[in-house]
Design a protein around this ligand. Structure first.
Ligand SMILES: CC(C)(COP(=O)(O)OP(=O)(O)OC[C@H]1O[C@@H](n2cnc3c(N)ncnc32)[C@H](O)[C@@H]1OP(=O)(O)O)[C@@H](O)C(=O)NCCC(=O)NCCS
Length: 327
């Protein structure tokens, strides 16, 4: 029998502190009405001093392992997708490996920004299919509040902190990962990036003075790319597997802006009921939005046996991708 990868457990974690839009009105020149109407975001969770990307990722991982009924010692590989790692090295995955005591696991991070969870799903699935691993933990974890410029109203209102995790197992019970597509276009790197702190512009007094350690974004450019890439990703993954839009029971898109999500739904000509949305509670948590949304959709009974679920994401890089799951 072939090895096929399955999502056997899901879990997520968000920091306790909830910031509503009125709180942001005190930091930058914005209004609750502007944020709600232009983005769909009402609240976001923000990391406190005791939280970090690894602590949130570890909590999400424990919840996913509990949901899968798996012991951490049974995990072969931990893959963490993040653009806000614990530090440049070692990997955030290694901090999580220690925290959850997954003593038999290899651990590494991947960098694909908001598409990170779909990239991790692609790598993890391939490792299971090839026989390299039997149980893999993939985690999307972020503390974006640590790289957001809290003086820039164009960006600070959009993001939140959180983590989502999935246990992938060989031939397990749950959502079978039928196929995943991942893509990139590095010519659009500067639509969303953080210039300071890497090898090109290592941390210095100048980089700090020039605010280079904060996320920079071209909102309009990204908006256009996002709607095209998410709709295109959904159509491609379905067509590649002999299905059409009518066969899709639920779309779980990256949660960056409600208008991007609704415009994707319009391009696909599907009703709002077929699209899972929770951006109002969490904002954009980058690599964590899709696993958090998938976890909540399962908890709410929106995914049942037989459901065809499509995950679509886009993000800095540019990167984009789509996955087809069959429950
Ligand atoms: C950022 C985004 C919400 C802006 O929405 P928009 O409708 O395009 O708004 P615009 O950029 O046209 O700005 C309109 C005005 O609102 C202002 N504005 C921007 N942020 C604001 C805020 N938080 N509060 C009030 N006004 C704001 C702008 O300065 C601009 O004012 P101006 O016309 O006087 O120059 C939208 O472009 C977007 O979501 N882009 C994609 C971002 C994304 O997905 N990022 C993550 C990728 S993974």
């Amino acid at each position: 029998m072939n090895n096929y990868p399955t999502i056997t457990g899901l879990g997520f974690a968000v920091p306790e502190d909830v910031w509503d839009n009125h709180r942001l009105e005190k930091l930058v020149d914005t209004t609750d009405d502007w944020i709600r109407s232009r983005t769909g975001i009402v609240t976001r969770h923000i990391a406190s001093k005791k939280d970090s990307t690894a602590s949130l990722g570890a909590e999400a991982a424990r919840n996913a392992l509990h949901n899968a009924g798996l012991d951490p010692l049974e995990i072969d590989v931990i893959i963490v997708a993040t653009m806000t790692p614990e530090m440049l090295f070692p990997s955030t995955a290694c901090f999580i490996q220690k925290s959850i005591e997954a003593k038999n696991a290899a651990a590494f991070d991947i960098s694909a920004a908001c598409t990170g969870f779909i990239y991790a799903l692609s790598i993890g699935s391939s490792m299971i299919t090839s026989g390299a691993a039997e149980n893999i933990l993939i985690i999307g974890a972020e503390t974006l509040s640590r790289i957001v410029d809290w003086e820039d109203r164009n960006t600070c209102v959009l993001f939140g902190d959180g983590a989502g995790a999935a246990v992938l197992s060989k031939n397990g019970k749950g959502g079978r990962i039928v196929d995943t597509i991942i893509r990139s276009d590095g010519s659009k790197a500067k639509l969303l990036y953080m210039p300071g702190g890497g090898s090109l512009h290592p941390a210095s007094e100048d980089t700090v003075r020039d605010r280079m350690h904060y996320l920079k974004m071209s909102g309009k450019g990204l908006y256009k790319e996002a709607t095209t890439s998410m709709a295109d990703g959904a159509v491609r993954i379905l067509e590649k597997n002999g299905l059409d839009i009518g066969d899709m029971d639920l779309l779980v898109p990256h949660q960056a802006n409600i208008r991007i999500i609704l415009s994707t739904a319009k391009k696909l000509d599907i009703s709002a009921e077929k699209v899972y949305v929770n951006i109002e509670k969490y904002g954009n948590t980058s690599a964590a939005t899709i696993p958090i949304a998938l976890s909540e959709a399962c908890d709410e009974g929106k995914i049942v046996n037989g459901s065809n679920v499509v995950l679509v994401g886009f993000g800095s890089g540019m990167t984009w991708g789509a996955s087809l799951l069959r429950y």
